[in-house]
Design a protein around this ligand. Sequence first.
Ligand code: ZN
Length: 296
Amino acid sequence: MANLIKTMLEDGAAYGVCIDGTRIVQRAVNLHGLSPVAAAAMGRTLMGALIMASDIKDDRGDVSVTIQGDGPLGRIIAVANPKGEVRGCVDHPEVMLPPRADGKLDVGGAVGKNGRIAVVRDLGFGEPYVGQSPLVSGEIAEDMAYYYATSQQQPCLLYLGVLVNTDGSILSAGGIGIFPLPGCPEETIRKLELGAPLYSDFTNMLKDSSLPDSIAMAFSGLAYRITQRQDCGYVCNCSRERMERALISIGEAELVQMVEEDHGCEITCHFCGTKYCFTEEELLRLLGEASAKSVE
Ligand code: ZN
């Protein structure tokens, strides 16, 4: 079932990208052993990255988002592509903080309010576009919206939410991005802004309703049509070949050390936890390729 739906206002003045990220965030929890607050922070980042990647036309493109705040979670990374694949990691998935006074998970406290968001946007051809902006609140959606406004000169309304059950599993996760197009009338922008309380309730709506029904509730009062439906998932693209290339790129000295001291190595993928083992003989072969490369 499609868990990403794009919409367009009937007057063509703005479009929306709406995600039901429940399965994706649950998969991230299973892979990384995320605490509730880490699940909320990483879940929001994963969905935000999918929204950021959704307007790239070329399937070879992708968007990688790094959120580096001064909070205990450390760095959060999410990489998404327009095919609807996303993967991510966080430095300290086990971090737990007491809830805020309003009972909500303290994502801003866990991420930290001081720091930056860096985005590498690869359109699939040419040089990737690299941009960054300071964090606003560490609550992710605000930080990404500020990034859009300052780095891409693209105003948007962005809502990302993750609800976590008491047992740590994901109750629902949802994201809405609304992007006014150039020339969007002031009146339409005001109308869109009036919907803010509904958009921010989107994750709640997804608890009991399908994605199309939740969109209908969130956009009630707006004339819109659905323009695209897509399946998204947590997908890692790691492989033995990629790990070999990574090993070759770390250089001869490190490889020699791995051969002489450890007689092999084991690499764990940060995004999915898959382990790749290399024997001494395999490392020697890679060492040969590394030195051939350095001669070139
Ligand atoms: Zn992987």
